[in-house]
Ligand binder design. Structure first.
Ligand SMILES: [Zn+2]
Length: 435
């Protein structure tokens, strides 16, 4: 899913000749960035110094990525990795604190300190405690669970802070460099929720760094809900109590109904039964059965419709099982469907200054990225009308959420420069009196 930066020129040579012939004699030099914002920014010698910081420091950045990835950060257990990042951000010269949610927040004050830009990278992984997270390195390639998602984002966060401090850049708006908790799964974006809650009134933009891929930018937040259906019953012995209602049977009956629910291709709507569990042994009628369902849609109405469908199907599954039970004397089945989490939707306006800053940065490094809809930390600010986007921080990676996850740092400096210019484009660089 991750692809290399498209460095190859997309214009055919013959066409280039035609364009060159048609060009006025005094045109801009061929490699000059055309976007006024990026050219203004990169004309600033301090911005240049920050941009130039990355290339000689790539191996340091890779080392930090490996080190932080080797500190386990299962859901709800991000604290040790947070503590390590806190130290690194403090070494970079930021004033750092950890908030009640567990987010690490490194502050770089701007001239207009009342306006805040958050640059965030989630600290948590999907991997449970005990997962082997040792990083294997071979040349520019590193392999370990979480190395790319989100080792790349966290390392980039640190690199940005270092580059900005190294160049002694003075910013218009205050930047908060944040390693946030609870992005994955049942973390339910709790870290970002807490951040937006705290800074909401002064928050001008949120830039989320997630993974490596620079071929897309997420500006549309995909709404989703996670639900758990559970069915309980009296339970019993497989032989002597044969015929009693069985929660697993009921759950299966309900599931079969639910998976035939029709969903529209547009607005695109999906569902997935991701986990199913229950029972204690093969020769027992179980007391309990549960399943977890993830539903996603471009439309909140479709989400609501699917959630109701799940409730109706589980209720019908229980009814079917009770109707066909041979022995109802020892009790009946109970069921419930609970909301484990929900991610609200939203969209960044196509004419927003934040998207313009990203486009200018893309142009500066020669990157092409397409707009995507996805479920990320950016959902929370976007759902509240705050400008936000989520991007990969450069290099290449793959196998996210698998034990074979890998990251290749070749070419990562282009992604870092793109990220830095996007951040500076929206935070603004303060004028210096001496210039
Ligand atoms: Zn991620």
């Amino acid at each position: 899913m991750k692809r290399k930066l498209p460095w190859k020129p997309t214009v055919k040579p013959a066409l280039v000749c035609v364009i060159l012939l048609a060009m006025p004699v005094r045109s801009a030099p061929p490699h000059a960035p055309r976007h006024p914002q990026s050219s203004r920014l990169s004309d600033n010698p301090r911005v240049r110094a920050a941009l130039d910081w990355f290339t000689p420091n790539i191996s340091w950045i890779n080392d930090q990525q490996a080190r932080l990835t080797e500190i386990p950060a299962p859901p709800f257990q991000e604290a040790p990795r947070a503590a390590a990042l806190k130290e690194l951000l403090a070494e970079a010269g930021l004033s750092v604190q950890i908030d009640k949610a567990g987010n690490v927040i490194g502050e770089l004050g701007g001239v207009n300190g009342k306006e805040i830009v958050i640059v965030s990278a989630h600290l948590d992984t999907v991997f449970p405690a005990g997962t082997e997270v040792k990083v294997h390195r071979e040349g520019s390639r590193m392999t370990a669970p979480g190395i790319s998602d989100n080792g790349t984002g966290v390392a980039a966060l640190l690199a940005l802070a270092r580059a900005v401090r190294f160049a002694r850049l003075k910013l218009q708006r205050t930047i908060l460099f944040v390693g946030d908790v609870g992005e994955e799964g049942e973390g339910n974006l709790r870290g970002m929720r807490a951040l937006v809650d705290t800074y909401r009134s002064n928050l001008k933009a949120v830039i989320v760094l997630d993974g490596s891929s620079t071929d897309h930018v997420t500006t549309k937040a995909l709404a989703s809900r996670r639900l758990e259906a559970s069915i309980t019953g009296p339970g019993g012995h497989s032989w002597s109590d044969f015929g009693m209602p069985n929660p697993i049977n009921a759950l299966v009956r309900g599931s079969v109904r639910f998976i035939s629910t029709k969903v529209p291709p547009s607005p695109r709507t999906t569902f997935n039964i991701g986990q199913i569990e229950g029972g204690t042994s093969v020769n027992s009628i179980p007391h309990e059965a549960r399943l977890k369902v993830d539903i996603r849609s471009e439309s909140e109405d479709e989400l609501t419709r699917l959630e109701s469908a799940l409730r109706e199907c589980i209720a019908a599954g229980v009814r079917d099982e009770m109707d066909s039970a041979r022995d109802r004397s020892k009790g009946k089945l109970e069921w419930k469907v609970e909301l484990l989490g929900s991610r609200p939707g939203g969209e960044l306006a196509s004419d927003s200054p934040l998207l313009a800053a990203l486009r200018a940065a893309d142009e500066f490094v020669g990157n092409v990225s397409r707009i995507e809809r996805s479920s990320t930390d950016a959902n929370i600010p976007l759902s509240m009308g705050i400008d936000a986007l989520s991007i990969g921080a450069g290099g290449n990676g793959g196998g996210a959420h698998s034990l074979q996850e890998w990251y290749d740092s070749a070419g990562r400096e282009a992604g870092l420069k793109r990220t830095l210019l996007t951040v500076l484009g929206i935070s603004g660089v303060a004028e210096e009196k001496s210039r």
